[in-house]
Write a protein that binds this ligand. Structure first.
Ligand code: GCO
Ligand code: MN
Ligand code: MN
Length: 388
């Protein structure tokens, strides 16, 4: 039996808002008491997490005085030192307070937009103070219920202007900080701008400092709309833009569930873990999820341990897949290449195009070959089911 104990090198992180989630939902009041940031750090230390991330107001309440803020920071800092936890990522809460009911950077009210930028500047300072190297932007309420209210192009421009402003600010301050943009299709707004990781990747290329900005794809957000998460992550990785990742789970077409990692679609979780491990992703494995509303704090620990344990089990399964002789033989057969077509690939030349146009293909013979993906998928399933 393998050891699935989380170690610092696994880079497992949780947000204060995840293990601190009190279980409130639109139909019911909190079921768990609220814990202080320091208490949550000790809880994460107990389950062997590597790091803790926060929104500005997870740490410092929006109305806290300077003295209150200093006291909270002192306790938090002590908890970090006691447990050895680090803060790899920070972010801004731009969705909870009523002032953000029509969005933050994209609000129609210039006072809201200016306040949102001010709040983010201060939150960036706070994150950097605790050592964050990645700063996440999730456009919580950057969207609409009615498109009569806002020009979509204007909203996108406002968002771009804000991110450009923060890039210059980070450079000006000499911060060692990268930005990671997180997409979500809907919730809490009816529709959100830049709804998928793919939209974000395109948006980033329109910024003044695209090199400072990447993405923070979230599994549940892409599953909400029924698309393949790993494909989006691969696209981000291939573009050099996978700066962070939010792991959890979600049934398509439902409300924002934030389920424990691997609790719904084990196969999707497997391909994701296999991808991250195969390419050598070195960033945080951040679990942006929370325990069922049925749980007390023992259940919260079960939830957190479960996320990490499932990741490590799937990591082991990925290694097993890679070492499986029958699977590898099938893959070799599938990817067979006698080199006769190599002359046609790669960079364009007029000669290449002309020779290719003259080449004859036996379409029917090519198409008649069975690809054995049924067998391959069954073998994958058997690895996951533990009978191989
Ligand atoms: C959500 C989002 C958030 C963000 C967080 C960090 O659906 O609520 O995933 O949890 O990840 O605000 O930016
Ligand atoms: Mn989410
Ligand atoms: Mn998230």
């Amino acid at each position: 039996m393998s050891d699935y104990t989380p170690k610092p090198e696994h880079k497992f992180t949780f947000g204060l808002w995840t293990v601190g989630n009190p279980g409130r939902d639109p139909f019911g009041a909190p079921v768990r008491s609220s814990k202080t940031p320091a208490e949550l750090v000790y809880l994460l230390g107990e389950v062997c997490a590597y790091g803790v991330n926060f929104h500005d107001n997870d740490l410092i309440p929006i109305d806290a005085t300077f003295t209150e803020a200093e006291a909270i920071k002192k306790d938090f800092r002590k908890a970090l030192a006691d447990t050895g936890l680090v803060v790899p990522m920070a972010t801004t809460n731009l969705f909870y307070d009523p002032v953000f009911k029509d969005g933050a950077f994209t609000s129609n009210d210039p006072k809201v937009r200016a306040y949102a930028i001010q709040k983010t500047l201060k939150a960036i300072d706070l994150g950097v103070e605790f050592g964050a190297k990645v700063y996440v932007f999730w456009g919580g309420r950057e969207g609409t219920e009615t498109d009569s209210s806002k020009k979509a192009t204007e909203a996108i421009k406002r968002n771009r202007e804000a991110i450009n402003f923060f890039c210059e600010y980070a450079l000006d301050q000499g911060y060692d900080l990268k930005f990671a943009l997180e997409a979500k299709p809907n919730e809490p707004r009816g529709d959100l701008y830049n709804p998928t990781t793919g939209h974000m990747l395109a948006f980033i290329e329109s910024l003044d400092h695209p090199e400072m900005v990447g993405v923070n794809p979230e599994m549940a957000h892409e599953h909400m709309v029924g698309i393949n998460f790993m494909h989006g992550v691969a696209q981000a990785w291939e573009a050099g833009k996978l700066f962070h990742i939010d792991l959890n789970d979600q049934y398509p077409g439902r409300y924002d569930q934030d389920l424990r990692f691997g609790s719904r679609d084990i196969k999707a979780a497997f391909y994701l873990v296999k991808f991250l491990e195969d390419v050598g992703y070195e960033g945080s494995r951040h679990f942006d999820a929370h325990a069922y509303r049925t749980e007390d704090f023992e259940g919260v620990k079960d939830f957190a341990r479960g996320c990490m344990r499932t990741y490590l089990i799937l990591k082991e399964k990925a290694a097993q897949f890679n070492a499986d002789k029958e699977i590898q033989a099938l893959l070799a057969e599938i990817n067979e290449d006698d080199g006769s077509m190599s002359q046609y690939f790669g960079k364009y030349s007029a000669e290449k195009a002309n020779t290719l146009k003259a080449q004859s293909f036996d379409r029917n013979a090519i198409a008649s070959r069975g690809l054995r993906y049924e067998r391959l998928d069954q073998l994958t399933a058997e690895i996951l089911l533990g009978v191989r």
